[in-house]
Design a protein around this ligand. Sequence first.
Ligand code: HEM
Length: 507
Amino acid sequence: MVNRDTEQQLALDQLQGDILVGLQKEAQLFVGFAIADVTKFKRFLSAIPLTTGREALLAEDRILAARANGGTGKLDIRGINIAFSAQGLKKLGVPNVDNIKDKSFLAGLAAQSAKLNDPPDGPGAVKNWLLGNGVGELDGLLIITGRGRPEVQATMADLDQSAGSGTWIPFFTEIGTTRPGAEHGHEHFGYLDGVSQPAVRGRIDQIFPAKKFLNPGQNPADPNQGLPGADLHWPGEFVFGYAEQDKTDVEHPLGPKDGGLPWMKNGSFMVFRRLEQLVPEFHATAKAKAEALGGVDPDVLEARMVGRFRSGSPISLSDVDNPALGGNELKNNDFDFGGKDLDGLKCPYAGHIRKAYPRNDVTPAATGATQEAKEKSSEANTQTHRIMRRGIPFGPEVGPVENAKNQTQHSRGLMFVCYQTSIQDQFEFITRNWINNPDFAIPKAGFDPILGQAEGSNRQRSFTGGPPNSPSGKPPTVTLEADFIRPTGGGYFFMPSIHAIHTVLTQ
Ligand code: HEM
């Protein structure tokens, strides 16, 4: 058992706030920019009031305190973080950028897009993306968070003014917002998002003596978890300069994780994908497929595609949507697949959450003779393929005409953001080896029905996992003719520490 008192201190004053804590946001402005004048930009960059991990944690406390005091209004909390592409770092004159170990970061998302099975034609094709389409314009991404559109726009106006003319070209700006009313916290398909996140080891008691750990243990039955079901990870999985996971032993730290250049310490790779969601098409298809399966409940079929019901309640724990379970962070993540659901009767192997994080399912990394040994070894390896997700929806709510025609007319979806210390082994590994691999975790599991992409122009894909109570008696295979999610822009970035920004990036 790990003596948690020996865990490293996390340098919250050095870390940008979005990485381990998450910036508080009802609205988030994404600014894709090019550097116009290096000298002016460096001056501007050194003056940007970047939000640190400590500030983000303090803001979280303020929100919790206000809620505890019966407050219902939204506090005016603002955040700013910044990240750079390999090209941006080079433009700033940072030495030896090509020594960065992650070759996917150096290549950039546009170059990697085909390997993620992004469509070769149409709006999802990299050549048609709204940003980061490979013509070399994206030097960095600035994110601004706040309680609403006016606040993030005002922050941007202040920043742009302080930049002065001819400093940068903020050529892509788009605001994501949380959804209104009862849909708050849900993504556009209707499902509660941000439920399951990896827990992170590390002490914070020099800054918050009363808190001691960023993710305190909250599961008396398992000291290797933060919230029940959220396995603790060594911080080097998400931030450079800290111990990382051992592929064979979750309790044993390796490291410290080295990105290739010493100043990468306390920094993290950021993947940004603007993912459009075809919402009416998704629901209409689920309805038609549910009917074709002999009249099963389309909501159940959808839940099986996701792995959770709309409220967040996991289908592994409940056969019906159970909002009390979905909203309870002590329970909504406390489940495993291996050993308990080998036939995928509760949660299909293809279900989005089982594909994206197979927990203790047996994977090709398994060692040992018994089922238990295989699950344990697989799980230790799986923990080296986690990501810290920080997305926010964008675009308007679905309107009546779109609903009536079952056809998307307005661009909407998820500004997908995740942090990790290896784009290759984390974001790309999950996408290529699991989500888009029809034979993971078992042969013929099929594609992740919401996110999976088949290679090439024929986008048809199938998954095994209709409700087992349909006439076949087993989870039937369902064929999907088209994608429901398509990439429309993005990039691979590095989010440096505050120290690196004030030294190596601005010297
Ligand atoms: C529009 C795109 C997407 C939608 C609508 C979506 C939706 C969801 C939903 C509803 C959940 C369950 C709630 C939760 O645990 O937070 C979830 C979980 C998750 N998603 Fe996605 N997602 C999208 C894109 C992605 C991408 C691009 C990845 C990574 C390649 C990803 C990886 C994950 C992971 C790792 C989990 C947590 C699984 C777990 O720990 O149980 N998602 N997603």
